[in-house]
Ligand binder design. Sequence first.
Ligand SMILES: [Zn+2]
Length: 275
Amino acid sequence: MSITPVTTSLIPASPNGGLHAKPYALVFQDNSETTEIERHERQHQTQALTVRLVEHAQSSETTLTIESQHSVVELPPELGRATKTKRLKIEHNYQLRALPETIGFLQDRLEELSLSYNCLPVLPAALTDLHLLKVLNLSNNRLRYLPSDIDRLRHLEDLDVQCNYLTAFPPEIIYLRKMKRLQVHNNPWVDEEDQPPQPFIPPDSQVACTLCKNPYAAAVTPRVVMNFVDIAGNKSLPVAYFVCSDKCQKMVSEIVNSESTNFSRLMYEETEDVY
Ligand SMILES: [Zn+2]
């Protein structure tokens, strides 16, 4: 059985027809025979990958590369066994939409992680457990927001978020004090001229009021206060604060207007492990 002509149909087109669109992507889309082959191929690739991950865990290899698994939608939890890995590349898996939370088990060694050219709409919550990370490449995915606890990656020096659907950074980006290189191109960032600014609001479960830290009530839409900051050579990057009430909105606005760095102190005065 030849799979080669089929794999081209597995490259997803972008919902916006933009960043990931491939003109030849949908040729076999409605062919039910292809769907059956796809399913078989997906199962086959996932099983083979699981075997590889188990083997890798038993070796002393510190680099792990998972690439061009064109049928795989979700990586198997055995990824979490690769605890000796210092450099992990998960790239060019064009249907890959989810990583297992077991990726957090790599926290004692992992320093470089590339997730470039996958199809990830969200990151696993455990990603920010990888506290030794110095290099994180998230470019060419479908991310609409970054984790609000991204400041847990306190050793991060090099962050690439190019070619996603990001509209603003979480305020915590300012705490990544070691950041030397930040690549941001090809995202629909809110800019300073936008009136009113319209950043993507992360799902409620990801968001509590930036100021008072209270989770939102179900029916409440967060109010947005934008700030624009210079980070690692980038000018006026948008940072979005989501607040719960008139009172919090007013306080955030006043502080942002006076000086954004003061705001960072205020936000984190109750947490001791940030600096
Ligand atoms: Zn509040």
